[in-house]
Design a protein around this ligand. Sequence first.
Ligand code: PLP
Length: 394
Amino acid sequence: MNFNLNFNNVTQNYLFAEVANRTAKYAAAHPEKQVLKLGIGDITLPLAPAVIKALHSAVDEMSNKDTFQGYGPYEGYDFLRENIRTYYKSNGVELDVDEIFISDGAKSDLGNILDIFSAENTVLIPDPVYPVYVDTNVMAGRKIIYANATAENGFLPMPESNIHADIIYICSPNNPTGAAYSKSQLKEWVDYADKNNAIILYDAAYECFVKDKSLARSVFQIDGARTCAIEFCSFSKTAGFTGTRCGYTVIPKEIKKDGGSANKMWLRRQSTKFNGVPYIVQKGAAAVFTEQGQREIFANLEVYNRNAKLIAETLDELGIWYTGGKNSPYIWLKCPHNMSSWQFFDYLLENAQVVGTPGAGFGKNGEGFFRLTAFGSEKTTFEAVQRIKNLLKN
Ligand code: PLP
């Protein structure tokens, strides 16, 4: 046998390990100090009561031979796909149910979708970036080029006509930068993809944070996207499913090339390598779309939105440049006094006992930037911003 030697080219990402390591070391040396964490990308509020009720009831169904469920459809149950179709309709997007595929989360689908594309394809990935896009393509040996996201372009790189790409990754609202594309900016990407005969892999994991109507909640709100985009979405941040696991991918039937259809190939791929998401979990996800479910997840999202607003207002007060915080749970700030990302990490930890995430860990353009998240509790966020304010006001 031979191993896939492309794995040798996957760089070890020490980011979160190093953050945990430095934090633990500091806490051990200063047991009297309370360290506050604004670095986490995981949600902290529990599942909505409507979801819990649906999960319990589905467990009960599994105990009865008349309602018990065995293997489900590879592509997900129609009751959930129909809910998602209606949700898209409320955002002005018409989908067919068989364009929606349920999965155990966006991360799996973002990695697995590469099965249907040639290893010869050139991939365009923004820098800084959610590391999954890079690592999955390195593992497959694809050529990667980077779109530079910088302070100058507001961390929203635009297509360059002299660069050719076959697969284009867009994440909006973005992790880590919190920046979100307007519909008119996305139209430029769709036109570029069309011209290049390329596909856009659009990560909409944070769409539920978009409030501004000029920003897109789905790439399919953009004219022309149905022939050149696949969208990945998730209940993780929308409804607190990071530990429960459920997401979905939308593949329009128009995406065709050389007699092949992306929609049909994905169904073939899923039916070969995947046996579906648990019935119980899909019942829980369906409850998100009930009136009660929507009310409850909205209340949770409002907690995160208030936290984001509080962090953003604090940075405004301090005159610190940032992106995000308005249509996103992430706030991406320029480290004061030209500190490097890790210098600022240490400075904040040692002088305010606040932990964030160094931007340098997300790509070379992240150096000198720092990510704070709104996923902490209201109390932690309030206390942390007071400390940041006191430390940086001079
Ligand atoms: N996409 C982005 C940009 C993310 O930040 C995350 C999780 O943090 C995911 C996808 C993964 O989502 P899921 O929990 O559905 O796998």
